[in-house]
Design a protein around this ligand. Structure first.
Ligand code: SF4
Length: 230
């Protein structure tokens, strides 16, 4: 599998194991989407010379050698499910070692049933119209979500919040028990303070106990570290 970077960092998005938890982050290159607020274009369209190739077994050996002790692994991108077979094999190897895994994906692929279990928290970053990529979202995973999983909506324009409420209603129709919906500003909250105020009011108005207001933690770390994330 092609890998852009493996590093120790903090769990960025809300997952079953919270934000800010130390995790070994496996960043995989390439993405099938081009969201207009994407802040990881270096992963979406990477310089091939910066990528490393491993088998899933080699990657787990590297984690065991360079990052032990570790309990949590975050597989992110880009879009990890472009390498679905390798992600499946890697996750299974990690779960067999009693690790807990977060898989962050963009909502355009179904989840992998064989690695959808209590040791794996799937985080779907569902793309609304403000991203420019809503047309390729799939609802195949809506009925499969458990409360170990999360659906995150990055809000880029006002109408995205209303659209998110519609998607939440659609998910509730097929999966009434699911209640982990996350809304975040799509942009750096420092640059978008007005949007943050607006989003806060919309969440209060919506009065939906299933909605979690959230800031992606890497944006805050970047803000307080003079632009550098780690
Ligand atoms: S899905 Fe994520 S990585 Fe891909 S273009 Fe959109 S924001 Fe960037």
């Amino acid at each position: 599998m092609l890998v852009y970077l493996v590093h120790r960092s903090f769990q960025d998005k809300v997952s079953a194991w919270h934000q800010g938890r130390l995790s070994v982050v496996v960043r995989l290159p390439y993405c099938n989407l081009r969201c207009n607020y994407c802040d990881v274009m270096f992963l979406v369209d990477p310089d091939r010379s910066k990528l490393s190739e491993f088998t899933p077994e080699e990657l787990v050996s590297l984690l065991d050698r360079d990052f032990a002790p570790y309990d949590f692994v975050t597989i992110t991108g880009g879009e990890p499910l472009l390498q679905a077979d390798d992600v499946k094999a890697l996750t299974q190897l990690l779960v067999d070692r009693s690790k807990r895994v977060v898989i962050e994906t963009n909502g355009s692929f179904d989840l992998i049933d064989e690695i959808h279990n209590d040791a794996v928290s799937w985080v779907f970053n569902y793309k609304l119209s403000g991203s420019g990529e809503n047309a390729v979202m799939t609802n195949a995973w809506f009925p499969k979500l458990t409360n170990n999983d999360f659906v995150q909506f990055s809000i880029a324009v006002d109408s995205d919040f209303d659209e998110a409420l519609d998607v939440i209603a659609e998910i509730r129709t097929v999966n009434p028990e699911f209640e982990n919906f996350v809304v975040s500003p799509a942009f750096d909250p420092q640059q978008e303070s007005l949007m943050m105020q607006w989003l806060t009011s919309r969440v209060l108005e919506a009065n939906e106990s299933g909605i979690i207001l959230n800031l992606e933690i890497h944006k805050l770390i970047r803000r307080y570290n003079d632009g550098s994330e780690h």
